[in-house]
Design a protein around this ligand. Structure first.
Ligand code: SF4
Length: 299
């Protein structure tokens, strides 16, 4: 592959990342707007209604002023679906995502949140050792690249939980842990948001699945009907907790509950919970092998 083509394609991926990070922070997807409006319409508690109306006003002001929906620019998390024939190596894709993240942070400018985990010193414009975070999936018989950017605020990311249930705990143990986690979190993760649940696999993979779950369009259902039924049940149970918007009490504690699952070892039953706050930001780009880029706010 000639270097010139690699360089052009790398620049296209970098441009896409720079645009996605800022775009996701400013222009939230339509399904989230609809879910927040529906939540405001069905909330019956006065403080809950006040919070939801303030959130809707916040979104309106951000639109009107072309500004961020929340000051916390999060950590940039990208999910890449890479076609096996996409003519740019993942090492270069990572470099482009990192450079795009830094550029967006400097050019906008955005708040830079990245610090060394021990010294707490800033490590750069939302980049650092192993930052941004990139999840990879490889697709056979394809030459494209899909990139989704999910800026993850710390208030909700701090409310992440993992439990290695035992098989005897069964689905009841999974439900109990999800409910305990969300009740324990209360108003800290800026509810109402999306509760992502990862079940099966291993300890690390369950948390990865929970993160995948929060990045889905709101209200989409797992393709496995047994898991989809559990999503509906958990969503109902979570909204019966009474935690409500921002933990002030009410009917709407979560906008939805999404579950991703993997098969697991016969003696394992891992369950992970990852919360995504009301500012459930995400934006995607589809990049063709020639660098042509289509942006997609709804994917
Ligand atoms: S948790 Fe979400 S809404 Fe709350 S401050 Fe962080 S990014 Fe903003």
């Amino acid at each position: 592959m000639p270097l010139l083509i690699d360089t052009d394609l790398q620049a296209a991926v970098e441009d896409a990342a720079a645009h996605l990070y800022v775009w996701a922070l400013k222009d939230i997807p339509q399904d989230l707007r609809d879910a927040l409006k529906a939540a405001a319409a069905r909330e019956t508690s006065v403080p809950g209604q006040r919070v939801l109306n303030t959130i809707l006003k916040n979104v309106e002001v951000a639109d009107g002023e072309n500004n961020l929906v929340c000051q916390d620019t999060g950590i940039a998390v990208y999910t890449c679906r890479v076609g096996e024939h996409f003519p740019l190596h993942p090492a270069r894709i990572y470099e482009a995502l990192r450079d795009g993240t830094a550029r967006a942070t400097i050019e906008h400018p955005l708040r830079s949140n990245a610090v060394h985990t021990i010294t707490r010193e800033n490590t750069g414009p939302n980049i650092g050792y192993r930052l941004p975070i990139v999840h990879w999936e490889f697709i056979k018989d394809w030459d494209g690249l899909d990139v989704k950017c999910v800026p993850k605020g710390s208030g909700s990311e701090n409310m992440s939980f993992l439990k290695m249930c035992v098989p005897a705990d069964g689905v009841t143990g999974i439900k109990k842990f999800v409910l305990e986690s969300i009740v324990g979190a209360g108003g800290k993760p800026c509810p109402p948001g999306i509760v992502g649940v990862g079940i099966g696999g291993s300890a690390d993979y369950a948390m990865y699945l929970a993160k995948e779950a929060i990045a889905r369009p709101i209200g989409t259902r797992n393709s496995d009907p047994i898991v989809a039924e559990l999503e509906d049940e958990l969503m109902g149970l979570l909204n019966e907790t009474g935690i409500g918007p921002m933990g002030l009490g009410g009917d709407v504690t979560v906008l939805n509950c999404h579950i991703e699952h993997a098969d697991t070892h016969m003696t394992l039953n891992p369950v992970a919970v990852n919360y995504q706050c009301w500012a459930a930001r995400r934006a995607s780009a589809h990049i063709a092998a020639d660098g042509t880029t289509d942006f997609d706010r709804e994917a």
